[in-house]
Each structure stands twice: as C-alpha cells, then as structure tokens.
Design a protein around this ligand. Sequence first.
Ligand SMILES: N[C@@H](CCC(=O)N[C@@H](CS)C(=O)NCC(=O)O)C(=O)O
Length: 211
Amino acid sequence: MAEEYNLINLYGRRNSINVQKVSWALCELNLEFKWHDEHGKFGTVNVENYEKLNPQLIVPTLDHNGHIITQSNAIVRYLYRKHTNVYKISNEEDIANAEQWMEFQTTDLQLNMTPVFWGLVRNPPEDRDQELIDKNIILLNKKFEIFDKFLENREYILNNEFGMSDIIMGVASYRYLSLPIERPNLSNLKSWYEKISTRNCFKKNIYGTFG
Ligand SMILES: N[C@@H](CCC(=O)N[C@@H](CS)C(=O)NCC(=O)O)C(=O)O
C-alpha cells in the first residue's frame, strides 16, 4: 500500500500561485513528492520534454504513479478525494459551496488579480497601465468583500475544518494581502487568514514567495 503513494512528482515553480495550491495540499496531506523546477523562472519550465506532460506548457502538472493531471484545482480536488474522507462526510450542498469558492478564485478573482499583480509587481514600472490597475483594484476589493461576508461566523470554508477550499482561497488571499494597494476593512478575512497563515504548511510553501 505504502508503495502505491510514493511516486508523486510535482512540476512547477514555487512562486506560481497555481503550483502553490498543490504544494500546500501535498504538505497538509503529508504526502511525499519529488519537486521538479521548484526554483524555475516564469515563462519556462526547465524539464526535458515537458510538453509531453503538459501540452499547454503551463504549471502545475502532477504525475501520480504515471497518471498525469493538470489544472491546479482539479489536482487539489483529486488529492483530497483520494487521501481524505471529505467528499464522503460532507453533504453535497456544503461541498458545492466550498467548490464555489474554488471556482471563484480561479475565474472571477484571477480576472482582476492578474492585471493588478502584473502591473504593480512583475512588470517594469514603465509598462504600467495605471488606469487598468486602478479599475481592477476596485473590483478585486469588492470581490474580497463578498468573501469576507461569507466568512462571518465561520472558522473555515467547509465543515468548520481547514481543507482544500481554504488552500485555494488562501493562496489568493496571500497574494491579495501582499499587494501594495489600499484595501477595505475585512475583519472576517483577517481572522480566517491569521489561522491559515500560521499553519506549518503555509509557512513552508507560501510565506516569502510573493513576487
Ligand atoms: N488554469 C491553470 C492555469 C495555470 C497557469 O496559468 N499557470 C501559470 C503559472 S501560475 C503558468 O504556467 N504560466 C507559464 C509559466 O509560468 O511558465 C491551472 O489552474 O493550473
């Protein structure tokens, strides 16, 4: 049995928000894995024949005993379905609400996060489109206010226990809270974030990767 689980390969650099979801999940689930191109640079994946694993040439990719999975949220769901009982013990409605936040991150939030993060952090200042950045900061703040409201009277997103949806919204919140922008007062987000960011797997995989 042990042998079945010891062939996990993760491809992608540690400062990619999508790779972070997977490295954090693997850590929480106590799964050992081999990390390829952990310290790689954006825009390249320094792995021979990587296009065979991921024809889009994007990260992350997970190889579990030769089974290849791409798309960060699908990988995290796979790991939680295989290695926890969360899908068995939760009712469908609660799981749907947890997955709702995972979709929210990857579609709605990223839409506004990308121009702000690239505009303020990754692109050189001379390429800055301040109007585009400002417009997206407003939308990003509004979306985090919606999440903040959801967190009212909740310890975590699903079943009052830390889990996969906290990881997905956690990596997004780390990036959002690290941005040099003005934010509204988000007290529920703040107390939830204090809990998730003191976890060892956050400190090991997420903390210090902004940039
Ligand atoms: N929908 C994909 C998006 C993956 C994605 O866009 N990854 C970025 C990094 S966060 C990427 O690979 N960009 C090209 C690169 O870094 O080489 C997922 O969730 O896995």
